[in-house]
Design a protein around this ligand. Structure first.
Ligand SMILES: [Zn+2]
Ligand SMILES: [Zn+2]
Length: 257
């Protein structure tokens, strides 16, 4: 200013203060998008990595308001509940610029379908399968029967299988239980035995016995009555000799009884 001259003016310099105010960032130089996608078991930064920031600016993140702890690492979320409770604020700063503060930003992780969700929940089991615990058909990994002690009726049964993976119950999956139709077949009566046999005697009838299934206890066939034998007499012995006046007595004895 000292050397500034102009023929039309008499220029006199006086000391003063030059104030340069911080610049504000151009709105178009900031484009922030939050992560959005289905649950996949992986961690995802809350802020998309392809977000745009002003050149040479410093980007910091915080999960607190008030007097936040600013960090250069973006917080990550892994599951549906994390994504719902994690709120992120961003600060963009650069020398000579007014720092820019974002509002609250949240990632969206949406519930997804379990990869090994049983799609054809039907199992046929033999008669010997009396309880859910007896079912030998393996469920997919991390799936278990809800109630192993449940009895299986002959015919159709509804049995619930539940997902029990470490990420279960956190809202990560659309469906975490499946209703199976368990069809238990009738007994084929493979193992049978007799019962209720009784032998006849000379005076009382007997019974040939029933045939029953030793698996299910059902009577397969009924027996018949065996008639009494009738006594089987020997040739008799003279037990009283006859006399001139009286008859003798021959006593016959049953050989069997
Ligand atoms: Zn049987
Ligand atoms: Zn007899």
């Amino acid at each position: 200013m000292d050397s500034y001259t102009n023929k039309n003016y008499n220029i006199k310099a006086t000391s003063g203060t030059l104030t340069i105010n911080p610049a504000t960032f151009d709105k178009d130089s900031i484009k922030i998008t939050a992560y959005s996608g289905p649950y996949d078991g992986s961690e995802h930064p809350v802020i998309n990595e392809n977000s745009v920031y002003p050149d040479d600016s410093k980007v910091e993140y915080s999960t607190e308001t008030g007097t936040p702890n600013w960090n250069t690492t973006c917080p990550k979320v892994k599951n549906v509940s994390d994504s719902k409770k994690t709120k992120v604020w961003i600060r963009i700063s650069k020398d000579n610029y007014e720092p820019w503060l974002s509002g609250e930003i949240q990632a969206i992780i949406s519930p997804t379908q379990i990869e090994n969700l049983p799609l054809n929940p039907q199992i046929s089991v033999p008669w010997t399968c009396k309880k859910v615990a007896d079912i030998t058909t393996k469920l997919p990994t991390n799936w278990n029967w809800q109630d192993s002690s449940k009895d299986l009726q002959i015919g159709s049964n509804s049995v619930i299988a539940v997902y029990t993976g470490s990420d279960a119950g956190k809202g990560n999956y659309v469906k975490e239980s499946v209703k199976f139709e368990i069809t238990r077949s009738k007994c084929t009566h493979e193992h049978t035995a007799g019962r209720y046999y009784s032998s006849p005697s000379c005076t009382s009838s007997g019974y040939s016995g029933d045939t029953y299934c030793t698996d299910c206890d059902k009577t397969i066939s009924y027996g018949h009555i065996i008639p009494a034998y009738e006594h089987d007499y020997d040739n008799g012995v003279i037990t009283t000799e006859p006399t001139v006046e009286t008859d003798g007595i021959i006593t016959y004895t049953c050989k069997r009884c």
